[in-house]
Design a protein around this ligand. Sequence first.
Ligand code: NAD
Ligand code: UDP
Length: 356
Amino acid sequence: MRVLLSGGAGYIGAHTALALIEAGHHVIVVDDLSNSSAEAIVRVQQLSGVAVPLLVADVRDEPALRAFVQAHSPVDAVIHFAGAKAVGESVADPIRYYDVNLGSAIAVLKVMAAERISAIVFSSSATVYGQSESLPLSESSPTGIDLANPYGKTKRIIEAILEDAASADPGLAAIALRYFNPVGAHPSGLIGEDPSGVPNNLMPYVARVAVGALERVGIFGDDYDTPDGTGQRDYIHVLDLAAGHVAALEHARAGYDVFNLGTGVPVSVLELIAAFERAAGRSIPTEVLGRRPGDVAVSYCDPSKAGRVLDWIASRTIDDACRDTWRWQSRNPAGYGSAADRRAAASGSQLGAGAA
Ligand code: NAD
Ligand code: UDP
């Protein structure tokens, strides 16, 4: 099938683009590059040997998106990654978050209806579970829009929009994937996570400390009610996550459905740092700080529904993720870097007509 990836130049989108191509699908990408680099698409092309058309545009630009879809018709499905994702930023600037995230989802759904595209997979998040008491989190665990931050609210609202859209249109297949903590990189070391500025998330922060770009990892609390006192999360390798998108698309049926994508294994902050030290063969300086406001002690999922329905299971470990992150970070200490910007500037706004 031919799949439009909105936000496909981003961290998860680029890995999913490659997984889709490897599974025999065709991929086209729309991305405004607000949090990514066209270099990611260049590298997906390099790894796959296949041209990936890229439209550099905001997905809320419906005429541009429609023209792009028409130029690559027929498009069978959309994976909607595009959106803003920094939790703290969403608290400081909620209107922008509602504007970008809700506006993007609605624009994509309108273009899908106009162009008769009948399947969508959406990047939701474990954050929709908020401060849930019972673990592991299953798809039936409580969610709500009384979440701590606007980012999480946009994810929960978009899930509700998809559910309503699917019940109004019996031909529409809409799937929300609730990602737990995506980590890792492609084993080639060519594509990986490239956050701008100082990373908010643990794994990219640890990676930057390991290459010497940051001094030490601040551990946000060692007094939680967990085996070693530090927070536990369900870290899923981005290659497993990418495979989950391929499985979701290939199993898509009319109606709305939701799946957790995680490993089901809780890993603590100290365990992740120790795994990274083993992978990098060097020690990572740390400092215990206070708890980060809004953090839960433990979050991990029951991934069995995705196993049962999508025939998908996460197979990679935290050691695999640290090894691949280290390879990516040590080979690309400045991420996609300034070479990427030069290449993007030289390529203009439509890239991929044979460039590999
Ligand atoms: P990312 O920022 O690397 O990718 C998102 C991409 O969307 C970027 O390339 C960005 O340039 C693009 N984009 C943003 N707004 C756009 C717009 N209006 N029009 C066109 N392009 C736009 O993030 P990611 O980590 O790859 O996350 C992908 C999706 O998964 C996001 O929706 C995110 O909220 C969700 N998610 C991520 C995580 C995580 O920890 N990485 C966890 C749960 C859910
Ligand atoms: N964390 C930390 N130091 C950091 C970043 C994160 O100790 O610099 C901890 C955080 O408190 C949580 C875990 O690492 O227990 C994962 O945090 P991340 O921000 O990566 O994911 P999220 O909190 O969104 O699940």
